[in-house]
Design a protein around this ligand. Structure first.
Ligand code: NAD
Length: 470
């Protein structure tokens, strides 16, 4: 079998195999190794054995390992991108961008140091604050950005001196396994391990007493289970969860320009983005024009196999999500008016036409839940106070966007939104040095930036009396 698990530096077959489906045709295109509970236990043991030596390396030594890993991944960039498109479905251009973005993050953390801070140093005492690794990190990822979200966890984790057990989503395991195959030749055995499951090993991994931290990206529902599992040994947690981001168009916005940007914010990766624009609020007086613009964009979008360079939007990643989004669309037809799309494409694979719905009220299912598909509900508003209240009336708090010709007005609105990231006149600017995380039930903690680095380390204080007497 080509795609093997990585345990203790060895590429190994699983006790079973897992079919991987190309969502563009619904057919199995690869098989990969699937682990059982004993193999997960072996991976955790390997990570435990290798951790002290990895942590003892200095920053420069670990950096050299990680840079070599980055060079090896970069030399196979196109192979990664094509594999990502085949397992995930996204257009090749977006797959290439995901790999490049992930690699920028990898190199950012390889270079980042977190030096000790001397709080007090005098004749009698020395007090130093520094960061040490946590131990073993479990990196659990979803199926929408399998490569870049993995890197957000393992890059800071490895750079800080932790060892890793990574577990991708069962429908998108291949890019993670390819990374494991490359790491097997570069990193010391046990430092990085990859396990693939069929959604059946998460609980064992997240409750294991040897795991110091869980870095999890996925749904809010699974996030709650992870938090419960982690409680028995008080594990550190970063939870990057679901969202229902509002996009607020202000009454001074250039409708044509903003319609394009909001459409892209909603439809990127066929809407399968945690921070996609999932509810769009437009002033009543601009509603018809805005709708006309986005309907035209929806109709012009080239939907198809991501491997075709002309494709602008790919399929839903898996059958379950495909059916869930179609069900939401059916309900939306009874609660509002579908003005573009509203159907699955008549071809193999999990394709849904870009769909625009208006005349929904705030209680409609499509407005209240996370659709995670190419479906944009458009709502109208008349007062700014009202729209801010409605944008905040959700248990989610991942991100939001504000669109305006006067960025200062946009900033005033953005400050009042209860979210982890509020963008004004832009979206998806996820640079490696900018922390990202959710407010409310969209998550706990941050990834990226210094905050992401500190989240995989233990702050430790060395407090010394030089005299030798208390
Ligand atoms: P999911 O929660 O179903 O699965 C995520 C991962 O958790 C998978 O690897 C899965 O195998 C694993 N898992 C399943 N049960 C588990 C358990 N009991 N314990 C531990 N792990 C378990 O999510 P998904 O459907 O793969 O991804 C879509 C969701 O992810 C959406 O809600 C989306 O908003 C969210 N997401 C959030 C962010 C963010 O940064 N906030 C980014 C991307 C996706």
């Amino acid at each position: 079998m080509k795609f093997k698990l990585l345990i203790d530096g060895h590429l190994v077959d699983g006790v079973a195999s897992l079919d991987v489906i190309n969502p563009a045709d619904g057919k199995v295109f690869a098989k990969c190794a699937r682990a059982n509970s004993e193999q997960l236990e072996e991976a955790i043991s390997a990570a435990r054995r290798s951790q002290p030596a990895w942590a003892r390396l200095n920053h420069g030594e670990r950096r050299a390992y990680i840079e070599r890993l980055c060079d090896a991944i970069d030399s196979r960039h196109e192979e990664f991108a094509r594999l990502l498109t085949r397992e995930q479905g996204k257009p090749l251009q977006q797959a290439r961008a995901e790999i490049s973005g992930g690699m920028r993050r990898f190199r950012y953390y390889a270079a980042l140091d977190c030096p000790a801070v001397v709080l007090r140093e005098n004749e009698t005492e020395q007090v130093i604050q520094y960061q040490s690794p946590l131990g073993i990190l479990a990196a659990i990822t979803p199926w929408n950005f399998p490569f870049s979200l993995l890197v957000s966890k393992i890059a800071p984790g490895l750079a800080a001196g932790n060892t890793i057990v990574a577990k991708p989503a069962p429908t998108t395991p291949l890019t993670t396994l390819l990374l494991g195959e490359i790491a097997a030749k570069i990193l010391p055995p046990g430092v990085f391990n990859v396990i693939v499951d069929a959604n059946d090993l998460g609980q064992q991994l997240t409750s294991h007493p040897d795991i110091a931290k869980i870095s999890f990206t996925g749904s809010t529902e699974t996030g709650r289970k992870v938090m419960q599992s982690a409680a028995s040994t008080l594990k550190r947690l970063t939870l990057e969860l679901g969202g229902n981001d509002a996009a607020i168009v202000l009454d001074d916005a250039d409708v044509r320009d903003v319609a394009r940007k909001v459409f892209d914010a909603a439809m990127l990766n066929a809407g399968q983005v945690c921070l996609a624009a999932k509810r769009v609020y437009v002033p009543t007086k601009m509603l018809d024009r805005f709708c006309d613009e986005v309907v035209a964009l929806a109709r012009d979008t080239v939907v198809g196999d991501g491997l075709d360079e002309a494709t602008q939007m790919g399929p839903m990643q898996n059958r379950q999500q495909f059916e869930k989004v179609l069900q939401l669309i059916e309900t939306a037809k009874t609660q509002g008016t579908v003005i573009a799309g509203g159907y699955a494409l008549d071809r193999p694979g999990y394709f849904i036409a870009p769909t625009i719905v208006r005349a929904l009220d705030d209680e409609a299912d499509l407005v209240k839940s996370e659709q995670f598909g190419p479906v944009m509900p458009i709502l109208s508003y008349d007062s700014l106070e009202d729209v801010i209240d409605r944008a905040n009336a959700t248990p989610f708090g991942l991100g939001a966007t504000v669109w305006t010709s006067d960025y200062r007005r946009g900033v005033e609105v953005a400050k009042r939104l209860e979210v982890g990231t509020a963008w004004v006149n832009r979206h998806l600017d996820l640079a490696p040095d900018v922390p990202f995380g959710g407010a409310k039930q969209s998550g706990i903690g941050q990834e990226n930036g210094i905050e992401g680095f500190k989240s995989v380390m233990q702050l430790k204080v060395l407090n010394v009396a030089k005299s030798g007497t208390p």
